[in-house]
Ligand binder design. Sequence first.
Ligand code: NDP
Length: 393
Amino acid sequence: MFDLLKSELTRRTILHKAGFGLIALSTFGAVGTIFKPTRTLAQAGPAPAKEPLPPEKKLGWAVVGLGKFATQQIIPSFGECKRSKLVALVSGDRTKAERYAQQYGVNPKNIYNYQNYDSIRDNPEVDVIYVILPNGLHAEYSIRGAQAGKHIMCEKPMANTVEECQAMINAAKKSDRKLMIAYRCQYEPYNLTAIQIAQSGKLGKLKAIASDHGRNLDLKDPADRWRANKKLAGGGSLYDIGIYSLQAARYITGEEPQEISAMMYSTPGDPRFREVEENVNFVLRFPSGVLSNCTSSYGYSDTKRIQVFGSDATLELDPATDYYQHRLTIKRKNGNEEQNIEEKNQFALEIDHLSESIMQNKQPKTPGEEGLQDVRLMQLIYEAARTGKTIKV
Ligand code: NDP
């Protein structure tokens, strides 16, 4: 696994666009990959550090918030990390934290709560803090973490408002710490291959993108209860999962949208949607002329799909943004070609990406500015839906 990870990381090329980083694979080393892109997409960015890292070196990570995603996906993934190890936990529930500490070999002296969180500054074992709290708490705990002198990984969406995102970026800069947003799909092999194929011209000229992300919000699930609360969630389906459709349109094109139109609808009387929206459909126009049709819903059944329509072929990624078991198909007049790509632990890849960025003092591929851009665009999507007007970005 380590060799695969290392070779993947060193084969990445940084694309500079609009001040943000986007990485594509120059070659894709997956075993059994039918499509093997051979050329680099754009000019190389800063050269990766030449000095190999000592193989035993791992940065210490603290996870803040021991909820569903943290305990089921992120914490177990540290076992597959090569540059990162779990050393501390922050939780409002001491008993739960002790249970996970024992299970994952975390020293109980490294368990914190939300009150004594700032004292993590005195713990030299902790290099990085990973904030996996409800969205409305991301800004506070990222800022306090940066002020405690730690690097920050923050879950998506970055925060509720543009102002909060900016304050997080400022706090990280002031403390000279890295800030990365956990956009796992930008580290996931199927999505990276889709970007490469779409931008390589293999589909012909790109004309349109459709991306749909939906599921049923379930108030019986504690992890969904705060998602129905505007203060804790920031928004509804758009903030939680429509953001994957927005990200897809942006990373597949490698462009920023110039115009946005949108419509929004929530089922009247449904208690799930008293404070947050159910459905948002939005259209983005990109400078190249690509039109992207995106949907986001808390009311339709599980869907995580990206389609890219080119003049010669269509790319379909379905499921596109799941945790495992993606499928990527190129559809042409004369038949379909399924891409057989090796699955990798995208969580371990993104966690190690931040550790490597810190060790090599490089800007991570999905920095705070990337998260801020999505929050800014989502606010414009709401505005377009509210006013019924097409918004110029
Ligand atoms: P959960 O509700 O399962 O976990 C949130 C945890 O935050 C709780 O378990 C609790 O942990 C802590 N917490 C602190 N204050 C509060 C509060 N006021 N209300 C509720 N919880 C609180 O949510 P998820 O794990 O599903 O989501 C957490 C974050 O991760 C969100 O930002 C979400 O968008 C993101 N996420 C990202 C995914 C991805 O694929 N990148 C997938 C799923 C979620 P404790 O008891 O330890 O204090």
